[in-house]
Structure formats: C-alpha cells, structure tokens
Design a protein around this ligand. Structure first.
Ligand code: PAF
Length: 326
C-alpha cells in the first residue's frame, strides 16, 4: 500500500500535468482591426473572443490588436493571405483590390437604409460574396458593419456637391469611392486609415468621410469642424479569416469560427445602431457644426457617372440583384 501523502501528491501532480497540457494546447488567435478599443469593431472583437473561447472550451484564445497596430486594412488583408494574422475585421474599402466582386457594395447611394443593406448581406448575394473570397486566399466568415458614411472637413459646411468642389478629401483605397468623389468635384486622396488623423492635423487633406461610429471613436472633432450627414455610401465590414489557419482545422472547429464571426457581426451592428442614435449629439457637444437636412438628390446626380464606369468594368448583374431588393 502507498502512503496517503504520496498518493495525494501523485494525484496533484497528475492534475497539474493535465492542466499544463491543456494550457499548452491552447492556440492563440490574433485578431486585428484599425479602430480604437472603444469602437464598434472592438465590441465585435470582444464578442468574437468570448464566443470562440467559450465554444472551444479554451482551446483557442483570442488576442485583439486595435488601432491599426498590425497595419492598415489593406496590409492586414495581405497578412491574412500569408498567415501573419488570423482574423481581421475590415471595411470593404480596400477589399475590392483583392476580391473585385465586392466593389459593387461600395457604390454610392446603393442602399437606402440599414435594413436593406443588412438584408442583402445576410441573404444569398452576401453568402455568394463570402464564398468568393476563397478564390482569393481569404476566408469570408461573416458580414459585419461600419455604417453609412458622411463627410467631415475643416473648411466649410457642405450642403451641395458644389461645396465639395476642390476639397482634398481622403478616401479609402477604393476605386469606386475615388471616382464618386471625383464626380462631385472634390480631389480624392486615397490613404490608409492609420495615416489619416495626422494628415488632417497637418492639413495634407481638408476632409474625410466615415460613419458616425468612426468619427466618434477617432475624436475627429479635434481636427474637423464640419460634419454633413450625406450618408453617401453604406460601408459594410467583413470578418475575414486566414486560410492558412482555417484550412488546417476540423469541420467542427471551423464552425466555431463562423459562429464567433456571426456573434461579432451582430454585436457590432447593435453598437452601430446605438451610435447612430447618440453619436451626432456627442459630436455637436464636442464643437462640430453638423448639417443634417441635406437634399441628397444633387449628390446622387453628381455620382451617377460612377455607376456607368463601374458597370462598364464589372457588369451589372450583382447591381441589378441588389436594386431589386430596394
Ligand atoms: O475609412 C476607413 O478606412 C474605414 O472606414 C475604417 C475607419 C478603417 C473602418 O473600417
């Protein structure tokens, strides 16, 4: 018979060894996005983390990298392709450079409201686009949200396209957006988001355009006086994965990632809706002059040629399918 103390000691070391093995087996997942830790993307990142860690019973742990610490969105998408980052929450801004089929989503004034945009992205067309990503070394996990984009600048109130004439406006690295701003008479300047605050501060550009969520999360009131609620384009976001990670997982594990991405998208959309309600007042409190009652007709007319240029290059099939849902 073994003495009691030795038996207990053996059991304890077995348990410790088991715990050590479990700890060793946990795979760390890196998740990157470009916004601050108080942003709607951060809310989505936390939901992703909680869901994945819970579903996998701790086999996967998620580390969130905020504020573009892994680079701008274009760089992070490249990182997914080569496996230097595992999960990225990104707008579709630079995504068209990788998956041209997604350019359609960035056409100005395409979606009328949040319900229509969410319905299209959660439907057949959204699923098809997510599947398409695998032709381009990316895994499309879920459609999330950035929000309707509005213009800010440091020069003047914008109430009509004529007011945007000659303004140097930072756009995302997206040819559809650049064309739309050119048509409005502005001077589009594509730039990665992490460079934007300094560019506004130093006057390299006069303005930028982003959803209320981003304007709030980035304290743009410190460098921009005017906000015009143009809502000129709906900006989707996507939760993307690296095929280098996901292709090596079992079906069950992969499904956990899809579920975590859906939970992330849901949490982000809720935060976008909340900030749409409360954000404008907050921006006014911080000194921004907000132009709310904008006649968007002249803006729609001004960007019309962007549609012709888009369809000449990418065809009109997807565009017509989205317009049918209006
Ligand atoms: O303006 C952009 O580049 C995007 O809207 C942002 C802020 C990176 C969020 O996806």
């Amino acid at each position: 018979r073994r003495p009691l103390v030795t038996a207990i000691g053996g059991a304890v070391s077995l348990t410790l060894a088991g715990m050590a093995l479990q700890a060793q087996a946990a795979t760390e997942i890196s998740l990157g996005h470009t916004l601050s830790s108080t942003s709607h993307y951060a809310v989505g990142a936390q939901a992703f983390k909680e869901t994945l860690e819970e579903l996998s019973d701790g086999a996967f742990t998620v580390t969130e990298h905020t504020s573009g610490s892994l680079g701008g969105e274009r760089e992070m998408i490249e990182g997914l392709q080569i496996g230097t980052v595992d999960i990225v929450i990104t707008s579709t801004g630079p995504l068209g450079n990788f998956v041209p089929e997604t350019y359609v989503l960035d056409l100005p004034f395409l979606f009328e409201d949040y319900d229509q945009a969410r319905c299209v992205l959660d439907g057949e067309l959204g699923d098809e686009l997510l599947t398409k990503m695998s032709d381009h070394d990316l895994v499309g996990l879920a459609w999330s949200e950035n929000g309707f984009r509005h213009m800010t600048n440091s020069r003047r109130e914008i109430a009509s396209p004529a007011d945007a004439d000659g303004l140097r406006v930072r756009t995302m690295e997206n040819e559809v957006h650049q064309e739309a701003f050119r048509q409005m008479g502005a001077r589009p300047t594509p730039m990665a988001f992490p460079e934007l605050f300094t560019a506004l501060q130093q006057g390299t550009v006069d303005g930028q355009e982003n959803p209320i969520t981003v304007i709030v999360a980035t304290n743009f009131w410190e460098v921009q006086d005017y906000l015009s609620l143009t809502g000129h384009v709906y900006s989707p976001a996507a939760v993307l994965g690296s095929p280098i990670l996901l292709d090596g997982l079992s079906d069950e594990e992969r499904e956990w990632f899809h579920e975590a991405a859906r939970a992330s998208a849901e949490a982000t959309r809720q935060e976008v809706s909340r900030l749409e309600e409360e954000g404008v007042a907050l921006l006014e409190e911080n000194g921004m002059t907000v132009k709310t009652d904008i006649d968007i007709g002249p803006f729609q007319d001004a960007v019309e040629p962007a549609y012709e240029i888009f369809t000449a290059e990418h065809g009109s099939e997807m565009l017509e399918r989205i317009q049918e849902k209006a």
